[in-house]
Write a protein that binds this ligand. Structure first.
Ligand code: FEO
Length: 170
């Protein structure tokens, strides 16, 4: 195996962040299960897809490390929060997770800038744009859950949530 070309600070940050992405995958699975148990099947399906997406985010970073001769270090994943009082509480948790993730992505980018590591900078451009989208759908989800003030409107929202958040809903 070739010697790694990664600056140590960037290697550290990418390793930290890829484990954070795996943790986000775990957390979205917990949100999905909470929703499934309460018959919010639309939200459950949406969060299950997000769980899969977070895993692919980790895999993008893993591939980058391997391509550059580094061995990714997988760490333990903490148990996710599973106690929520309402669907709004769940949506707020998703938003808090994405806001934390944006900070983590920016920290990787800052390390790549400081080290003049151009390949990692280009990699992180994709993630920076992705976080703008992810924070936007979290904000929209919270607005829509807040606006659904009775059981009937929540159930209607649940049926259409994936279409709404995919950007083709009304
Ligand atoms: Fe990997 Fe939700 O961003």
């Amino acid at each position: 195996m070739a010697k790694s070309t990664l600056p140590p600070t960037v290697l550290h940050e990418l390793n930290r962040q890829l484990n954070h992405e795996l943790g986000a995958s775990h957390s979205y699975l917990a949100l999905s299960l909470w929703c499934a148990a309460r018959n919010f099947t639309g939200f459950a399906s949406y969060f299950a897809k997000q769980s899969g997406e977070e895993r692919t985010h980790a895999e993008k970073m893993i591939d980058h490390l391997i391509d550059r001769g580094a061995v990714p270090e997988i760490t333990a994943i903490a148990a996710p929060n599973r106690d929520f009082s309402s669907l709004l509480d769940v949506a707020l948790q998703a938003q808090a997770m994405e806001q934390a993730n944006t900070k983590g992505i920016h920290a990787v980018y800052e390390a790549a800038l400081a080290a003049k590591d151009y390949p990692a900078q280009v990699l992180m451009h994709w993630f920076i744009s992705e976080q703008v989208e992810e924070e936007a759908w979290c904000d929209e989800m919270i607005d829509r859950v807040k606006a659904a003030s009775c059981a009937g409107s929540l159930s209607d929202l649940d049926r259409h949530i994936e279409r709404h958040l995919a950007g083709d809903g009304k």
